[in-house]
Write a protein that binds this ligand. Structure first.
Ligand code: 5AD
Ligand code: SF4
Length: 473
């Protein structure tokens, strides 16, 4: 009989990808994904450790799951609780100590071994003695020598029109604020043939757009069929030969790894979308050095100029941290200057938060919370104005939209512009998965509206298009 599996995912797209692959790994055991934890036979929390409070959120979610598990046990069918991802990697034993009802704790690099862990955990629950030996949960947070990608099933559940594909993992950059090198481990690139095979499968399953994922994706250096190293630019060239694959994106990148070949790929390959997320964190050279970013504000500007030369219509997105230890008003002004110079279409910004075990956490000159709040508000105000200006400038333009799913109303579809903006268009359902030219005629808080240029008369009957909340631009 089918068993219900509920996975709750926190954090980045890499975690979403991992969650989907965990479901693939568990499918042969009879687990079928479910939308809620109620009545689930197994619940996995796929956690994020990037900023503070992440682990506290996990413990409060675990508290809620404990009640569900107790109710399930009372009605005889048990519930397996697993904590996966970066909090699991960082806290390991501590989770089993604080939440002894957790059955499995596993890191991001070991989830191909889930079936084995489930078997051990359920044996432990039956009193046979589990891996930890004493009826305690199973812990597997190693960084195994052989990598998980060689052991993941060839089969995967379809992801739809826009799919994610993990090509690179881990990070060797060691920015002083960041936990990723500790939780995800050393940098690793999947071989080219493995990436191509997975991309072909995704396209066969209906994907028209693939976003290549990696913590440091543009450091990609996978081996090709002749054992030569291939960079991300060349990898995308190979991928763009796949028939039916219309769009390529990649995230997240480091400015240091925007090499000439990759920049040229933005100009040479039609499939590569004119939109790039390139985190800069700060516009002050002093802060960038203290962050160990290994680039300057000027070299970042130069990279953007080279990208714009290769692909004049490219739009940029970025990440910023305010209140890094030692950041002065002058440093912060330098960040605002950089934002004014570059002009971003979109951005994420955060207050610096101390991460255990990272070098910046031990610095003396931590910035007081109120100063961080103030800087964040100013920074976000400027970035919001730029984002609004970018979206408003879309009105009147004709853009190619990839239709992803049905909208709220009959004959309304939601698609994505090349700049990843959500676009609502009156169009029949059978257009899902196809590209069409759309004239953008409205700009709302989180999305755009438009009409098909080939059939502008195709309109909705009944109420005007209403835009769903939270459709991210
Ligand atoms: N504090 C605040 N923001 C952080 N980020 C990573 N670590 C921290 C931290 N300790 C942000 C960076 C990164 C994004 C994924 O999260 O901006 O690019
Ligand atoms: Fe973290 Fe820096 Fe690596 Fe990005 S490049 S994952 S911020 S250490």
């Amino acid at each position: 009989m089918a068993k219900k599996l509920f996975i709750k995912t926190y954090g980045c797209q890499m975690n979403s990808y991992d969650s989907a692959r965990m479901a693939d790994v568990l499918a042969p055991l009879g687990y079928v994904s479910s939308e809620t934890p109620d009545g689930a036979d197994m619940v996995i929390l796929n956690t994020c450790h990037i900023r503070e409070k992440a682990s506290e959120k996990v413990y409060s979610e675990l508290g809620r799951l404990r009640h569900l598990k107790e109710n399930r046990s009372a009605s005889d069918a048990g519930m397996v609780i697993a904590v996966a991802g970066c909090v699991a990697q960082a806290e390991g034993e501590e989770i089993l100590r604080r939440a002894p009802y957790v059955d499995i704790v596993l890191g991001p690099q070991t989830y191909h071994r889930l079936p084995e862990m489930v078997a051990r955990a359920t044996r432990a629950a039956d009193g046979v003695g589990g891996a930890a030996g004493h009826g305690r949960g199973v812990l597997d947070t190693e960084f195994p020598v052989s990598n998980k990608f060689d052991h993941l099933p060839g089969e995967s559940a379809p992801q739809g029109v826009s799919a994610f594909l993990s090509v690179q993992e881990g990070c060797d950059k060691f920015c002083t604020f960041c936990v990723v090198p500790y939780t995800r481990g050393a940098e690793f690139s999947r071989p080219v043939d493995q990436v191509l095979a997975e991309a072909r499968r995704l396209v066969d399953q209906g994907a028209r757009e693939i976003t290549l994922l990696g913590q440091n994706v543009n450091a990609y250096h996978g081996l090709d069929e002749r054992d030569g190293e291939v960079g991300l630019g060349r990898l995308m060239e190979r991928l763009s030969d796949i028939e039916g694959l219309a769009r390529l994106r990649y995230t997240t990148s480091h400015p240091r790894d925007m090499d000439d070949e990759l920049i040229a790929a933005h100009g040479a390959l039609d499939a590569v979308m004119p939109y790039l997320h390139l985190p800069v964190q700060s516009g002050s050279d002093r802060v960038l050095a203290a962050m160990n970013r290994r680039h300057t504000a000027q070299s970042y500007r130069d990279t953007i100029a080279a990208l714009r030369q290769a692909r004049p219509d490219i739009a940029l997105s970025s990440d910023f941290i305010v209140g890094f230890p030692g950041e002065t008003d002058t440093d912060f002004e330098a960040t605002l200057d950089l934002i004014r110079d570059v002009e971003f279409a979109q951005a994420y910004s955060f207050k610096y938060s101390v991460r255990p075990g990272t070098p910046a956490g031990t610095l003396d000159d931590q910035v007081p919370e109120p100063a961080k709040d103030e800087r964040l508000a100013v920074l976000q105000g400027l970035l919001r104005d730029q984002q609004n200006a970018f979206n408003a400038a879309s009105v009147g333009q004709t853009m190619t939209v990839l239709f992803e799913r049905a909208g709220r109303h009959a004959d309304q579809l939601v698609g994505r512009s090349p700049y990843n903006q959500a676009v609502h268009v009156a169009a029949p359902n059978d257009r899902i998965g196809s590209l069409a030219d759309v004239r953008i005629d409205s700009c709302l808080a989180h999305s755009l509206g438009g009409v098909l240029t080939e059939n502008p008369g195709f309109a909705l009957e009944g109420p005007a298009i209403e835009v769903a909340e939270g459709v991210g631009v």
